[in-house]
Design a protein around this ligand. Sequence first.
Ligand SMILES: Cc1ncc(COP(=O)(O)O)c(C=O)c1O
Length: 426
Amino acid sequence: MKRDKTIFDLIEKEHLRQLHGIELIASENFVSDQVLEAMGSCLTNKYAEGLPGKRYYGGCQVVDEVETLAIERAKEMFGATWANVQPHSGAQANAAVMMAVMDAGDTFLGLDLSHGGHLTHGSFVNYSGILYKPVAYKLKEEDGTIDYDMMEALAKKERPKMIVAGASAYSRDWDYARMRAIADEVGAILMADVAHPAGLIVTKLLNNPFPHCHIVTTTTHKTLRGPRGGLIVVAGDFENPWGRKTPKGQVKTMTQLLDSAVFPGIQGGPLEHVIASKAVAFGEALTDSYKEYIKQVQVNAAKMAECFIESGYHVVSGGTDNHSMLIDLRSKFPDITGKQVENTLVLADITVNKNMVPFDSRSPFQTSGIRVGTPAITTRGVKEGQIVKIVEFIDEILSDIDNDSTIASVKKKVNDLMKDYPIFAY
Ligand SMILES: Cc1ncc(COP(=O)(O)O)c(C=O)c1O
């Protein structure tokens, strides 16, 4: 068959973009060669609806072994007793949990989108806000940390069926024990979506959501450095409190509800090539070299927050416990929007994303902030010394944002710096 030069030329172009630039998008990373290889394997050819040992298709003996390994490694990483590795993405993992736990119209609590929550935590444009009734808790204005008192008051008033911990843009650790106490008080299921900090949780650098949370979801492609995908884990199964039954009349356990919510609830055939790649990434996450990597991610993020603060920027909550932070531009550049910063930095091969900051005066399309993170650049080998330079590059551009020659000169420095850092570390 004739090679599709058009597409492969574009792939090479994207490869060079990744190679030359500084990637600061907190939700991105660079996978290893073996994670990439498994994703591009012949496993993509196989239909395997169902679970290992219980498939609707023949010829699943090999993918059964692959998926079983992925499940075992996922359980080992999180100290869980059950895992479903099939969700195609983080959004799918959350959809499956919501389907298992709630009926349409039921109330749940999630972190406000403009305060760092994710679309799937109750945005009105997402299934979570369309099918269910979300109620948002927020951050405290004085210090930019989660307002657990507000969460408790809302829980008592609204009696939600579920409370969701976790965020897309929150740089502090979570008090899962306090959230479980709130959930227990109102009889709610507590779910943590650890899509962002998962890698720091499995290496014990941040609080473990277990045993406090009933259910944990994550993406596999952010700090976990695996293929694009989702994962659901549970530590200790239990009968569903609403008495939903199997066709034989037995009360279903939570993990039975979750398995059937993933398939046939919201998905069809699993992506076994991606599941193989997840298994490889989980295997890597269990190694000492990953532990060193993720520790450096945290050290680099702390250094980055310190540098931004020293340069006069406001970092929401005053710093970071994890891999990411939100920079509120208003303290130093009240007239510059997050959108303008994102669009200008990309001209110098620095990639960030615009982000609402808590109590933002601008719309989500403009924003007063940017979100930055260190997982990707740390995979390339960057350490604290280069973090200082990277923040200097950003500050140089923002201090002279309309000057094309400043942008060009920073771009050269960015490309020169990144020459020393290969993308694939293995
Ligand atoms: C907290 C959180 N949950 C879920 C998701 C959704 O993941 P995906 O993009 O894989 O659907 C994200 C993605 O950014 C996220 O940050």
